[in-house]
Design a protein around this ligand. Sequence first.
Ligand code: 13P
Ligand code: SF4
Length: 332
Amino acid sequence: MNTIFERDLEAKGFIDLPIDPSIDLVEEIKKLKKEKNAVILAHYYQEAEIQDLADYIGDSLGLSQQAAKTDADVIVFAGVHFMAETAKILSPTKKVLLPDLKAGCSLSDSCPAHLFAKFKAQYPDHLVITYVNCTAELKALSDIVCTSSNAVQIVESLPAEQKIIFGPDRNLGDYVKKKTGRDLVLWNGACMVHEIFSREKIDKLKADNPGAKFIAHPECEEHILVDADYIGSTSGMLKFTIEDSCETFIVATESGILHQMQKASPSKKFIPAPPNNSCACNDCPHMRLNTLEKLYNCLKYDLPEITLPEDVIARAQKPIERMLDISAKLGL
Ligand code: 13P
Ligand code: SF4
């Protein structure tokens, strides 16, 4: 590999070569995409410009389903590291690129595989369900993977007497426990973005916007979810705002999703739920590391590329495919 690239990737996580300021980045990205038979998969938490360029925008389940079935040669993942890893696991022969290798995830970081292996060893008769927001190594230690849009159904698909460990998100785990009545053993992890919302400020917003509906992602804490009118994954929340007749929604998840909500329902009002401080903490700092410039360089130089050891791919594939099979059977 070229040493300039090696230096950039190690120090910065992305290719930081100068881009001619006179080029139309959006048009150039579209050209490169065609030339290389590449597909851009973007999560709803990406900035609006990237969402608008993507071939597919979706939640974690939708993105996994797309990654499994695409016939493109290259998958450019506009999302975070664990998502690009999932795409690589599902399409190991394809080149999977991530514009910034440092686009990680606080929830994934809260569950290192070596510690989880010790935790799991304490419960030898338990089945392991892991939320997709975790590393490939963690998935390799799991029996079934799930996302926020199928976690409840996946737990419900198992016999009632089946003992289950659920990780790494304690909030999603608590939500699934409540919905299914199952007694799950939870790993104590969480997402920094979804734990930042302020109960007091949400209550004030509700009082200031009578009739507004409050919708939340299940990665939020129980005291936030308690009075939500709808709880679901990003695509579930988007669908709810399209189908519900209410005109104003207070939205407790990463603010990137508001772009699609506003596009789908231009006359409705969407208010991001406020954090418990004065910074823009409901923008995920990991997701937002991806930029149009990094996306352009990534497509141009075919870097940074996601690579994984073959044995990890082989072991992580089974639990993800099990999730996709159950979801397909349930029509999710
Ligand atoms: P979903 O889009 O699957 O709801 O996931 C939310 C999330 O936090 C992704 O990092
Ligand atoms: Fe991870 Fe939370 Fe960012 Fe999603 S929003 S990528 S769970 S840190």
